[in-house]
Write a protein that binds this ligand. Structure first.
Ligand code: GLA
Length: 683
């Protein structure tokens, strides 16, 4: 077969060839570099199959392929559904430094549609990104009821095991596993945001075999489908913008680029996937991994809710500075009319009643204490009781005459309207130009329920337009206000995905801060997303849901597992608590380079009597140990991130350990909390 294109990653090579009869790019193999490319015999059609039905096509189009899910459905508007596409017999492989990109083009037989497939790899990491670009080159309007990104057609013995993350508000990222003997497993969101229900990332594998991860870099409605045709020995995973709530309209000359779909392979199995995802997030998605954009936050929300008073905030800031916080963030409740969640969203100027002299006196008292200053915003939302809504009632999503629905007493602004996005950019610019703000927590507290724009066919792609408007404003913040750290939030973890991670610095993982529940949420989060992204705060007990007792140190240890913050009412803390907090924050500050950039290994399950999270750096390893009643006195774990051949000394003792040796871990901080630091011995 010719040609064969090779796309090298850090520990793999993705080989793509062209199928006969212009059927387009197919996955030939995905193996370790240097491994002899296997002789690939493409499956031949038999019985009822058409050739395209059985090939591991990179991109399948309905009308060319029938038997399995096709990534693209084209509606010509004249009664014709689907397309027969003819792929070029050559592609373009471009290498630039360590990066390689393959582009292959196709046209459909009516001459109305052009397709381009783009596959990008980099030898610096293991994640491959793919997208398709679809262009209307004809003279009539086309619609795309489905326009997924390219697929991953992976060789896996049946039944593959699928790991996914599912949950709800305050219950995000619960881990699930299923075996799929046949049929299609599908997850997604119709809510206009990534959603709390499912994370757009899955892992597939079989015991003893390689593991594969697939993620969709998209923050609007989406769907992911994994399909097994019995007897095929393959699983095909496809994903894209949700095809139930979204129809793309392409007028002549218009193009649509699908979201990027990411894939990663771990030869050692699915356990090797989290480290590879984290590595990609650190090297590619995050603008940096330093501490400048992941400071230790004090956020006053849990201490004050809407009762925001400048003197009280200044007193909290003083206490926050004393314990070692690095940025003071005033959450909801600072802007005009915001005395409860019933009013104010949309009016992003300081509340003249609460701040008669504006925000500057508070900002000065915060920055005088050596802290940065940050604010909470929810720019996509508007309360009916706001000046913005009174001035622009037409700016909210309205599905025709359907009565408007409020969630948390708010509507959402239609980010498909350029004037709304322009207003959002101007509003944020004014806020940031007028005040010394270097941290924004960007929230989004309801799903889109009334998407659409009667009279505008493109309104059927409101979810695409909304996500693109959101990205545009985030990009503006990056370009014009590079000093501003952005924490992404959507009622906790309602909008976390690779696209958000590329445009923000940290994410608020969940509104649940009860430490034992939070630990479970973080366990799932870390299976796909790195600790340098995971904002986590110590808050006061009792929590509204998680009533299990946990020590002060346990609560710190949970928040120290990522980017530590504090959300407690510091003025209610005793002097002893404040000084203990200062000690723990100092310890965290010393260890955070290892915690935020080390290789993460999770030991056991958070609900077990002993659970540990290990962070392996080049010459230091940090292990956070969490205990429950009934735990063994001195449990033993076998650390997994020691360099082969190296020896490590346990900080505070004489014990020396090497790779593969069990390590007793004690509860050194409290009866339910322990921390072990291993330092590499230089011989
Ligand atoms: C959402 C966020 C919280 C907090 C509140 C404020 O629920 O997830 O952290 O900011 O809004 O209204």
């Amino acid at each position: 077969m010719s040609p064969v294109w090779e796309l090298p990653t850090a520990t793999g090579v993705y080989r793509v060839g062209l199928a006969p009869d212009d059927l387009g790019p197919v996955l030939l193999s995905w193996t370790a570099p240097g491994a002899e490319p296997p002789d690939v015999e493409l499956p031949a059609a038999a019985g009822w199959d058409l050739p395209a039905d059985v090939l591991p096509l990179e991109y399948a189009v309905l009308g060319t392929r029938q038997r399995q899910t096709a990534e693209l459905i084209v509606d010509h508007g004249d009664g014709l559904l689907g397309a027969r596409v003819i792929w070029d017999s050559d592609g373009e492989l471009i290498s630039h430094g360590t990066a390689t990109t393959l582009r292959v083009r196709a046209v459909d037989t009516t001459g109305r549609l052009e397709l381009e497939l783009r596959i990008a790899a980099d030898a610096g990491h293991d994640v491959i990104g793919k997208r398709a670009v679809i262009t209307n080159v004809g003279r009539r309007r086309l619609t795309l009821p489905r326009a997924f990104a390219p697929a991953w057609d992976l060789p896996l013995p049946e039944p593959p095991l699928i790991d996914f993350l599912a949950g709800d508000w305050s219950r995000e990222f619960a881990t699930h596993r299923l075996a799929l003997p046949a049929g299609t497993f599908t997850i997604g969101s119709r809510q206009g945001v990534t959603s709390h229900s499912y994370a757009p990332v899955i892992a597939v594998g079989t015991p003893g075999g390689p593991g594969y991860g697939v993620a969709l870099a998209w923050s609007g409605s989406w769907r992911l489908a994994a399909e097994v045709v019995p007897g095929s020995g393959r699983v095909r995973i496809a994903a894209g913008v949700d095809d139930e709530t979204c129809v793309i309209t392409l007028d002549p000359g218009e193009s649509y680029a699908t979201p990027e779909i990411l894939g990663v392979r771990a030869p050692e199995g699915v356990a090797g996937l989290p480290g590879r995802w984290h590595d990609h997030q650190r090297r590619v998605l995050s603008r940096d991994v330093g501490t400048a954009h992941r400071p230790i936050v004090y956020n006053s929300w849990y201490a004050t809710e809407f009762d925001v008073r400048p003197d009280h905030q200044a007193a909290l800031a003083e206490a926050a500075a004393e314990i070692g916080a690095e940025v003071f963030v005033v959450d909801d409740g600072w802007f005009a009319g915001r005395t409860s969640d019933r009013a104010g969203l949309g009016d992003w100027t300081p509340d003249p009643v609460k701040f008669p002299h504006g925000l500057d006196p508070l900002i000065t008292s915060v920055t005088d204490r050596g802290l940065r200053f940050g604010l909470w915003v929810e720019p996509e939302a508007v309360n009916p009781d706001s000046d913005l809504y009174r001035a622009h009632p037409d700016w909210v999503y309205r599905a025709g005459d359907r009565p408007l629905v409020t969630v948390r007493n708010q509507y959402l602004l239609d980010f498909g309207r350029p004037e709304v996005v322009a207003w959002c950019e101007e509003t944020l610019r004014a806020l940031l130009d007028d005040h010394r703000i270097s941290y924004l927590k960007w929230d989004m507290n309801r799903p889109v329920s009334d998407g659409g724009r009667p009279g505008d066919d493109h309104g059927r792609q409101w979810s695409v337009q909304h996500a693109e408007g959101y990205y545009r404003v985030l990009r503006m913040l990056r370009e014009e206000y590079g000093h501003v750290t952005v924490e992404a939030c959507s009622s906790g973890g309602g909008r976390i995905d690779a696209a958000v991670l590329a445009l923000t610095d940290v994410v608020w993982t969940s509104d649940e801060t009860g430490p034992r529940d939070r630990l479970a949420i973080q366990h799932g989060f870390l299976s796909a997303y790195g600790p340098h992204l995971m904002s986590s705060w110590v808050t006061d007990q009792p929590d509204h849901r998680d009533q299990d007792p946990a020590s002060f140190e346990f609560r710190f240890l949970v928040a120290m597992a990522g980017v530590l913050g504090v959300g407690s009412d510091l003025l209610a803390w005793t002097a002893a608590q404040r000084s203990r907090a200062a000690e723990l924050i100092k310890l965290y500050r010393e260890l955070r380079p290892t915690i935020q950039t080390g290789r993460v290994e999770r030991h056991g399950e958070p609900a077990a009597p002993v659970y540990a999270v290990e962070y392996g750096g080049s010459d230091r390893i940090v292990i956070l140990v969490y205990g429950r009643p009934g735990r063994p006195e001195r449990p033993v774990i076998t650390p997994r991130t020691l360099q082969p051949g190296a020896r490590y000394r346990v900080r505070g003792g004489d014990l020396i350990v090497a790779a593969g040796e069990p390590l007793p871990v004690g509860f050194t901080l409290a009866e339910d909390a322990g921390l072990v630091v291993l330092e590499r011995v230089v011989d």
